[in-house]
Design a protein around this ligand. Structure first.
Ligand code: ATP
Ligand code: FE2
Length: 334
């Protein structure tokens, strides 16, 4: 029997499928792209409701399956935006009841880790989890994924999206910033930071991004070219993340680094991680981009893993938890 994974934590509704042996298949996904402003939780939830039926059909037909082939329903139980999480959980309850199959509520952050381990074939990595809402450096220790360092204010992706939005670039801003920064680097092979300095907010193992956002906005207001500021912004904030990741490798003695979350799509960040790892005889891994951004497949995979270990979520325990933390979920499957 197949496992269906449902992702709905924020801007994206996505259904993904895992075959009976635990093999993942690409998701069917729809992302809300507001014409102006950020993601409004209520509007995102409405988007998810409207998109759900067609997306589910598309996911099933992508593998020529019908309802009878589904043996379990996995869904994101948290963390995320309440109204969005509730849509996913409601779909999960409805399908589990209709198909008479178990459901498994999973931790969205842990799902980003497990799809990366599965795709990259790494064993016991330090994880650099960089997404819209989250920025964490994580390592497995005594049965849990422990957060060794994290952002003290906003997530790195939200910071990039906010900077982009102020320049009239719609959500998601990260990929556009990447292109503008690469253009600046291509056209200015000797580019340097003169006049483009930004705060570098590493505090021990923790990070912060709201100060750098304000300073970058000010550079643009003061007439610096947008491409140049995008380049400087990426160099500063990615260096900060890589520095904390390197310290985590040093402290834990681990030799693998794994990237996860939407910002891990970024080529510059991937290169910086590879360079850092080469210098310390470690190896850097990054999953395919479709499994870095939010996707139903990663939720299905973690559900499948937990189900193999005998965990299911009873109806009474299926409520969402907006504030679920990475280190609250016991690793029962590895
Ligand atoms: P989480 O709930 O795990 O915090 P999320 O809801 O933010 O996840 P993701 O799909 O993991 O969703 O990440 C989306 C973020 O990734 C957005 O902020 C987007 O700008 C950023 N992003 C996507 N591609 C790139 C890229 N190439 N460079 C930089 N940032 C990127
Ligand atoms: Fe995510």
């Amino acid at each position: 029997m197949w496992t269906l994974g449902i992702e709905s934590t924020a801007h994206t509704l996505s259904f993904g499928l895992i075959d009976p042996d635990g093999k993942p298949f690409p998701s069917s996904t729809s992302t809300i792209r507001p014409e102006k402003g950020g993601i409004h939780p209520r509007e995102a939830a409405d988007h998810h409701k409207a998109a759900a039926a067609d997306l589910l059909k598309a996911a099933l037909s992508s593998q020529s399956l019908n309802a009878n082939d589904i043996g379990a329903i996995a869904y994101s139980q948290g963390p995320g935006l309440g109204p969005c999480l509730r849509v996913g959980a409601s779909i999960a309850r409805g399908l589990a009841a209709k198909f008479d199959v178990p459901m498994i509520g999973v931790n969205h952050c842990v799902a980003h880790i497990e799809i990366g381990r599965q795709q990259c074939g790494c064993d016991d990595p330090v994880l650099l989890y960089v997404s819209g809402g989250n920025t964490q450096v994580i390592a497995r220790l005594e049965g849990k994924y422990r957060v060794l360092g994290e952002t003290l204010d906003i997530g790195i992706g939200n910071m990039l999206d906010k900077f982009a939005r102020a320049q009239g670039i719609p959500f998601p801003g990260g990929p556009v910033i990447e292109k503008l920064a690469a253009k600046w680097q291509d056209e200015n092979p000797d580019a340097n930071m003169n006049g483009l300095e930004l705060p570098y907010a590493v505090r021990g193992m923790d990070l912060a991004f709201s100060g750098v956002l304000t300073a970058a906005l000010r550079l643009v207001e003061n007439g610096k070219p947008l491409e140049a500021v995008c380049w400087s912004l990426q160099e500063h904030v990615f260096s900060a993340c890589v520095e904390v990741a390197e310290r985590a490798l040093a402290h834990t003695g681990k030799t693998e680094l794994l990237l996860g979350g939407g910002v891990a799509c970024n080529n510059r960040l991937r290169t910086m991680c590879e360079l850092m790892c080469e210098e310390r005889q470690a190896k850097s891994y990054a999953p395919p981009r479709m499994y870095c951004i939010d996707n139903g497949t990663m939720i299905g995979l973690l559900g499948w893993l937990e189900l193999q270990s005998g965990r299911v979520t009873e109806f009474d325990n299926s409520a969402i938890d907006q504030y679920l933390r990475t280190d609250q979920t016991p690793i029962i499957w590895a």
